[in-house]
Design a protein around this ligand. Sequence first.
Ligand code: EPU
Length: 437
Amino acid sequence: MERIRITGGRVLAGNIRPAAAKNSVLPLLAASLLCAKPCVLRGVPRLSDVDASLALLRAVGANPVRRGPDILLPPATVCGQVPPALAGAMRGSVFYLAPLLVRSGTVEMPLPGGCRLGPRPIDIHLAGLSAMGAQITESDTAVILRREGPLQGVDFTLRLPSVGATLTLLMAAACARGETVLRGAACEPEIADTAAFLRKAGACIEGAGTPVIRVRGTEGLLPGGGVHLPLPDRIAAATYAAAVAVAGGRITVTHCRPGHLAPFLRFLRTAGCEVAAGPESFSIARDPDTPLWGGADLRTGAWPDFATDTAPLAAAVLLQAKGESHIHDALFQNRFACAEGFAAMGADVRAEGRDLWIGGGAELHAARVTAPDLRGGAALVLAALAGRGTGSVMDSGHIRRGYEDLPADLAALGARCTYVKTLSDATIKTAPAVQMR
Ligand code: EPU
């Protein structure tokens, strides 16, 4: 268990560059298995989900090598057995279904883990792969996929625009026999990024980033490899912007794609922040002595709507704003587990299923709270930037799944914020007299 110690009340200033997007890097690592030649991913952050992906790659027989910020992925012979601990460590393990099925003909995968945001079925991934000819056996805890001969191109309509399922089917289609048309596909920027990588390796893909994707399969491995710089992380960029909205100050987020977080920047502008966006950077400013306006009624949705991952960040911004606000998350049933931590800091909040109601006008104070998941944990850190006194966000590892060192990023902008090692559970058991602070 780690904790992040935050002393509120500091105004932020400076420039910051977001790392490469976790949700691009994870499918790209899996997609490298489809390439006959070596691949290199540039500028990959040291996230725990990346470490789990590298461990998974090694467990199936691949040999990824980290060289500073880059990851080299030489071609390798792989097997389709995914160890339960690695499958359960992250949602991103689902990205290995299609590549391992293509590569080894059989995949045995315990169900993927990840943030507990509510039920996260994989039925669309499986329906699409089944339509391409995979035989599927499911139990309560695992799934086994087999193919005889190459996967077949299909015309398949996703029942909802799942990001993960679109990536699974894109990877499968790239190596299938014949043409695939994916309809109702997710359009998030990470889809086009994965398609760009696959194209470098020889895939024929059109329409990635739109609801209809056409793929001409290579009937086997992609002939090439490639060097790829993944997209900048739009959710990390939104996190830094939200930090300024909460704490006040002025920062510039560089080397990012402001267009990828347009709904969030619009929200911050409406709340009273000054936002100036160019093609590859944006600045955001907020006077700490002037309260923001609440009264927001936000609803998350698939791209290009308000991103679900930014909903807890928006909530952190609205806690102190003047007026009541409401956020509805259309994607996940339990997006607002962070409400308990907000309330402990003095916020007037009520979470019920997919909805969060925020009374607004809170005078936040320091508290010791627990990160319930990745973005909820980040939102608690942000809220603490505005709290009186020194508080802690206890974290069993959620926040490092998506940010290499969020406290260090915020500290570089002037926040008083750092990771502090806490006593391990084992130490506490053997030495019960020692109090955790
Ligand atoms: N869904 C199904 N069946 C499926 C797949 C999805 O019912 O087969 C449902 C899900 O239960 C959910 C909705 O569809 O209600 C959307 O899920 P989607 O598949 O789009 O999300 P995901 O692939 O599981 C990725 C990101 C999430 C991000 C969502 C939405 C990764 C590893 N995760 O999840 O990121 O919130 O897309 O943009 O790429 C995070 O970074 O913390 C995170 C949770």
